[in-house]
Design a protein around this ligand. Structure first.
Ligand SMILES: Nc1ncnc2c1ncn2[C@@H]1O[C@H](COP(=O)(O)OP(=O)(O)OP(=O)(O)O)[C@@H](O)[C@H]1O
Ligand SMILES: [Mg+2]
Length: 244
């Protein structure tokens, strides 16, 4: 059984179709990059998986459990966590307060403390700056905090939307190193939205290419980086575009 199965999924915002007939499966422990041009539906796909937007068609399953109709909280309890685009850090709260957001309802108070300590073990800089306002962190540190917050729910499946956005290349390297290490240590299944196919190829993994709300490619990221499929997805024209 696949860790995650997305079958014939469609998402629309009013009359605007964002995803049509998207089908993909991911095995446990796999690393999958989602790539494609702006507006391709990458974020919508992640939001549909974590329950932040409703699907208008199709089904999504984690470990064979149907997600349709479940609240985002119920989906999170199945071991799925999302690190959203733009990170959603609370700038006026401290680093530690950010980590505690959402843990108030947890009854296992000592486990919360352990989870926080574990985040600090993974990200030493966050431990050093635990009482600093999150808004005072650098972009890379804020990305680490967003990932750290995602880890607070002890996920098995982590969705990360454009972790490299707005970061200098060497900081992006650090973020990816951390993600790859977390994957090794915890056996996480990782889905990462990454615009740069070259970056995805360097980190290594599988890549799914979206365009206009549909899957137009699925394969090894390294092979994609060398193929024309990618150019076609980013720069190719279709009838809809040509006539508009
Ligand atoms: N809240 C919304 N309301 C209406 N339309 C939306 C909304 N969010 C996204 N869309 C539309 O859905 C389509 C897919 O958007 P989405 O954000 O999923 O793309 P993306 O691939 O993540 O793009 P980007 O690379 O810019 O982040 C786009 O046409 C977008 O304009
Ligand atoms: Mg997006």
């Amino acid at each position: 059984m696949s860790k995650l199965g997305v079958y014939d999924v469609a998402v629309r915002y009013g009359k605007v179709p964002a995803l049509t007939d998207v089908t993909l499966t991911i095995e446990e422990g796999e690393r999958l990059f989602i790539s494609g041009p702006n507006g391709a539906g990458k974020s919508s796909l992640l939001k549909a998986i974590c329950g932040a937007v409703a699907t208008s068609h199709g089904r999504i399953e984690v470990d064979g459990d149907l997600l349709t109709g479940r609240t985002p909280e119920a989906i999170a309890r199945l071991g799925l966590t999302m690190v959203p685009e733009g990170r959603d850090i609370f700038g006026t709260l401290t680093v530690e307060e950010n980590l505690r957001v959402g843990t108030g309802i947890r009854r296992d108070k000592s486990a919360v403390e352990n989870d926080i300590e574990e985040v600090y073990e993974n990200f030493a800089i966050l431990g050093e700056r635990r009482h600093a306002n999150a808004g005072a962190l650098s972009g890379g540190q804020q990305q680490m905090l967003a990932i750290g917050r995602g880890l607070m729910t002890n996920p098995k499946l982590m969705l990360v939307d454009e972790p490299s956005l707005g970061l200098a290349p060497n900081i992006v390297d650090q973020v990816y190193e951390t993600l790859v290490n977390l994957q090794k240590d915890r056996g996480l299944t990782l889905i990462i939205v990454e615009q740069s196919s070259a970056r995805a190829a360097r980190v290594g993994g599988r890549m799914v290419l979206l365009r206009g709300g549909s899957v137009v490619g699925d394969g090894d990221a390294k092979k994609f980086a060398e193929s024309d499929v990618l150019n076609e997805a980013y720069f190719g024209t279709d009838k809809a575009e040509a006539s508009s």
